[in-house]
Design a protein around this ligand. Sequence first.
Ligand SMILES: [Zn+2]
Ligand SMILES: [Zn+2]
Length: 67
Amino acid sequence: MGWRCKECGYYNDDRDNTCQNEQCPTHPNQRKSNRWWKCPLGHYNYENQQWCEKCGKPQSEAIAWGG
Ligand SMILES: [Zn+2]
Ligand SMILES: [Zn+2]
């Protein structure tokens, strides 16, 4: 059993509650590096994207990391 990360498609073990792919925006290392921002609808975008690539929200509406 396991689960597939919806952001990067990486397959994780059940005992992992965060994605183990270090390149994934949801990986703790990526959060610390602050290279990603999260749009109000929960999409992850790289810091150099001014608008969400999925819904078009501007980076100024980014929400704080959490959970
Ligand atoms: Zn992932
Ligand atoms: Zn979005």
